[in-house]
Design a binder for this molecule. Sequence first.
Ligand code: NAD
Ligand code: IPM
Ligand code: MN
Length: 373
Amino acid sequence: ARHYRIACIKGDGIGPEVINEAMKVTEKAASAFGFTVEWTELPYGANHYLRTQEVLPDEALKEIGKHDALLLGAIGDPSVRPGILEQGILLKLRFHFDQYVNLRPAKSFPRVFLPVKADNVDIVVVRENTEDFYIGLGGRWEKSTSQQSFNLKRANYEMSGDLRLEFSPKSNAAAQVGIATEGAVRRITAYACKAAQARGEDTVTLASKSNALSWIYGFWEDVAKDEAQKQGMKLQVANVDALCYHLVRDPSKWGVILTPNMFGDIVSDLLAGIAGGLGVAAGANIGDGLSMFEPVHGSAPDIAGTGKANPVAAILSAALMLGHLKEEEAAKAIEEGVRSYLEEAAKDELPWEFGGKASTESVGDWIAEKVHP
Ligand code: NAD
Ligand code: IPM
Ligand code: MN
């Protein structure tokens, strides 16, 4: 019998609300397609931190690593200084498990609220997930303190040791350093090329910005072009600012968009907005070891506790997880269940995000009902 052990961090704000629905729909898919799922819930997030001062201990990483996948809601809470939980939990997980691909499909769904005419979007953002400005290298210089240098101390698959910068700014100052390594650019470019090939396409678009940031993104372009050629694919380079413009004007003509880490963060929210909402934007963090599945959106403190959160993004993230576990039929059935729910729902039965009145829980119930072989 097929059996999966899934670790689960529901997290903060709407995280638990949407993950409960993702678990419900996953359970339905499991019974419909003949496999079983065992959940290990882990308590990390704002409440746990405020109670214990613990963010994400090393034993938790070890425990999570024994599972087949990790399903995560969202991390971050207004009562905790920004960064502590997001970096200490989310980024720590991505880096620890070397989840180098952040896959964020942007697809059109029926009945969504569209700010621009964009009813035939089928784009996949392939976001590099281990480098760029996300590596935690930086420092702040305060006139009142004597600190004038900082060290990089982190290790990943091909980076270890210290980088030391020293300078004496004339006023308070801060710096954040981005890194790109050839190995990381090659592996994500190869992944994007294979994703495009699987879609029957011959071109990958790279979101870049070598006109302003030549060191890091000039390097990206050179390495990505070479790797794409090796993969037998074309690489089209676009400046990320102009790319955003084109995406809003006509999102229908784009396929696989390869991005460095920070541009991918921004472009994926932009595409979520174009394709129908953060409430339907699913995501996967994929590595050679443990992979993690989470919606693109955050903990949405502005609607937490109201029952207005749309669980579709979390449900579709669970579908990506099942696809990753080779339960492709179940994954497909969930996406089809979402589509038929949206198509068939009465106006009031749509999520709040699309002008309806359906609670998070009832959206989950309706979708679960529609998942079958
Ligand atoms: P957000 O994604 O939480 O919210 C942006 C807007 O989208 C809000 O108006 C929110 O109500 C709406 N929204 C988001 N998800 C929705 C859903 N499922 N249904 C309906 N509406 C939805 O971004 P933010 O406000 O910048 O961040 C809030 C917190 O979440 C911060 O602490 C941030 O650091 C954190 N965050 C965490 C993750 C993550 O864990 N993966 C991702 C992004 C932000
Ligand atoms: C995301 C989030 C995270 C990111 C934050 C919360 C660290 O915005 O998953 O898109 O920047 O990657
Ligand atoms: Mn983001």
